[in-house]
Every structure is written in structure tokens, then in C-alpha cells.
Design a protein around this ligand. Structure first.
Ligand SMILES: [Mn+2]
Length: 363
């Protein structure tokens, strides 16, 4: 039987949520704290033995007192051993809550920039980890390799330091050379899938809740079992508010608000939307009117008008070009058509014009 683990990262507690109005930013920070309680429930309900938290739990060293209280309470209520490897946002420094707070006994905060192990004889396992001491890391994993053993070897690490200089996913080669059984990474905010390099499984769970339009869709944590040479983990959504970015292509006939409403799912009131209007529209879009109409239907909203003025679809008919020839032919058919056919021909000409100009085809 394997060891039950939960792997979560990049909570970025007390993020500023600058895109939201103050009242909602405050509410979102409160929701981030609630997430810790949900996580503790998940740990206890699933009999999780090890909780691996590779960094950026906090967005900065200047986190709120409420957050510290909630964090300590949630971690302390977990009937599991918890391992924290500070990242580039919550790096260890004199002002860090990791220095100031007294963590419950079940919690280990890795403090050294060198990889250090914690032995867990009762699980026949060993958990390795290291801490950032500034917003820039080093190359923790370089030269790290564990000799063959029957011990289950795990590591908790904020990921950007795994490579030589930088940002982005760590080189597979270093991971393969580590000979770990599971490398629990943090820093990349979207789920990486469960990967394998050499004998080592590795993953980024992504952040457990989106905080902006660059963190869209369902967010969560990884839950499952690891053993010698085995990692069976699944992505579990935390069910928080989701960010969604949508393009709305308008034609002169489309009613912008109707177009948006047709895109909203039933639970839209919980989520945060950006709508980018493209295509054709006469004059500036009535964004304030649309915003007001949607204010109760979504949690928060961002609207962008990237439409252009409609133009005469027959424009360019007289040109001596492929387009001119095409338009002349279509215009003759249009003039001879009844009303229903006229509409179809208009659509066809729009599509063709969009294709010829490599524009997004009008719907
Ligand atoms: Mn990070």
C-alpha cells in the first residue's frame, strides 16, 4: 500500500486582486482563507498522510494577521505531516511569517537553500526540500542524485530554481538524475499533468484558485498515492471562482448584450468574465449599458471593445482583382434574389471577405 499524499501549491494568499473593486478584493482574500479550511477537510476525509506544499502559499511577506491565524489553524487541524518549501513570493527572510510564526508540530518548513531530508521511518519515506532566501533561487536539483534504496523518496520544491537559471519547467534530465519517486513542484500556475522523467514522477498542480485572467478555468490540487516507483495522483478541483476569457464576434445585425447572454453558463454568477468584442459594430459599443445589464449575472466583469466599423460589403467590386470578380458575380446574384436568398448571399460575401483579409469570420 502506498503513502497517501496531497500536493498543492501557489495559493498566493493575500493577493491584491487589483482587477476587482475593493469590496470584492477583500471578499476574495477571505475566500482564499476559506480554501485552507476546505483543504484541511480534504486531507482528513481522505486519510492523507503527507501534505506537500511547494511554495508561494503567501503572495508576499506582508500578509494579514487573519491569514496567519487561519493558516496555523488549518495546518494544525490536518491529521497529516505537512511540508512547506518557501518559494519566490514567500521566500524565507527576517520579515517572513515563516520566521515569525510558531507552526504546529506536524508542520515542517524547509529553511535551508541546500536540499535537506526529513526521515519518516513509520512510512519508510524521506521528504526532501529547500527554501528560497530571496525572490531569485539557485539550481537546487543540480548534482542531486539518490542512490538506489527501498525508501520512498519525495521532494517538495518551488520549481523555478530547479533549472540552471531560471523560469519555466525544470529540465527533465535533472529530474531523471534525482532518482526521486515523486517531485512535488510549485510555481507554474496551471496543472502540468503527472509526468515521468527516468524513474521520477513529477507534477505542478497549478494554483488552487484563479486570481486573474491569466489563470482561467478549473483550478485544484493533486490527491493520491505514491510508493517506490509509483505515483497515482488525480487532479481534484477546489470549486472556487473561475476566470473565463471569451471572444464575442459581432456583425452589424448582432445585439451585443444578447450575444454575451447566450455565452453565460448557469452558474455564471459565481465566476469572473472577460468579454472581448470583435467583428463589426457601428460606433462605440455601449459598454456601460452592457456592464449594468450583466452586473447581477456575473461575479465580476471586464469588457473590451475591439470592433471595427462595418463597411459596405460590395466595397471593392470594381477592382480588377479576384475579390472584385467574386463580388461582381455575387452582386448579380444578389440583385436577382428574393429576401431570404439576399440574406444568405450577404453572409456568404462577409465570410469570403473575412477569409480574403484573414479576419475572424463574422458569425
Ligand atoms: Mn512562484
Amino acid at each position: 500500500m502506498g503513502i497517501k499524499i496531497l500536493h498543492a501549491a501557489d495559493f498566493h494568499m493575500d493577493s491584491p486582486f487589483e482587477a476587482l473593486e475593493t469590496r470584492k478584493a477583500v471578499q476574495r482574500r477571505a475566500e482564499q482563507r476559506e480554501l485552507l479550511g476546505k483543504l484541511a477537510e480534504m486531507v482528513n476525509e481522505n486519510g492523507v498522510q503527507l501534505v506537500l506544499l511547494p511554495g508561494d502559499l503567501l503572495d508576499s511577506a506582508a500578509s494579514y494577521h487573519e491569514t496567519h491565524e487561519t493558516l496555523l489553524k488549518a495546518l494544525g487541524s490536518m491529521r497529516a505531516k505537512v511540508f512547506i518549501a518557501p518559494g519566490n513570493h514567500d521566500y524565507l527572510c527576517p520579515a517572513s511569517p515563516y520566521e515569525a510564526l510558531k507552526f504546529p508540530e506536524n508542520v515542517t518548513v524547509f529553511r535551508s537553500t541546500a536540499l535537506k531530508p526529513v526521515m519518516l521511518p513509520e512510512l519508510n519515506a524521506r521528504v526532501w526540500g529547500a527554501a528560497f532566501h530571496s525572490s531569485r533561487g539557485g539550481s537546487f536539483l543540480r548534482g542531486f542524485s539518490i542512490p538506489e534504496s527501498s525508501t520512498v523518496e519525495l521532494m517538495v520544491l518551488h520549481g523555478e530554481t530547479v533549472g540552471d537559471n531560471g523560469f519555466g519547467p525544470p529540465p527533465e534530465k535533472l529530474i531523471a538524475e534525482s532518482n526521486l519517486d515523486y517531485l512535488a513542484l510549485g510555481h507554474i500556475h496551471s496543472f502540468s499533468g503527472i509526468n515521468k522523467a527516468g524513474n521520477t514522477y513529477w507534477a505542478y498542480p497549478g494554483c488552487p484558485e484563479g486570481r486573474g485572467f491569466d489563470e482561467t478555468g478549473s483550478k485544484g490540487v493533486l490527491l493520491g498515492e505514491v510508493d517506490k516507483g509509483r505515483a497515482e495522483l488525480r487532479f481534484v478541483p477546489m470549486g472556487g471562482r473561475e476566470y473565463s476569457v471569451n471572444t464575442v464576434v459581432l456583425t452589424p445585425e448582432t445585439e451585443p448584450l444578447e450575444a454575451v447572454l447566450s455565452l453565460l453558463p448557469e452558474d455564471a454568477a459565481r465566476h469572473i468574465y472577460r468579454f472581448v468584442f470583435t467583428g463589426e459594430h457601428t460606433g462605440a459599443l455601449p459598454l456601460e449599458q452592457i456592464r449594468t445589464a450583466l452586473s447581477e449575472k456575473v461575479y465580476a466583469l471586464d469588457l473590451k471593445d475591439e470592433t471595427r466599423e462595418p463597411r459596405d460589403i460590395w466595397d471593392g467590386m470594381d477592382n480588377d482583382s479576384l475579390r472584385g470578380l467574386f463580388l461582381t458575380g455575387m452582386k448579380a446574384r444578389y440583385d436577382a434574389a428574393d429576401e431570404a436568398e439576399k440574406q444568405q448571399i450577404t453572409m456568404a460575401v462577409r465570410y469570403a471577405a473575412a477569409a480574403l483579409e484573414n479576419r475572424e469570420a463574422a458569425r
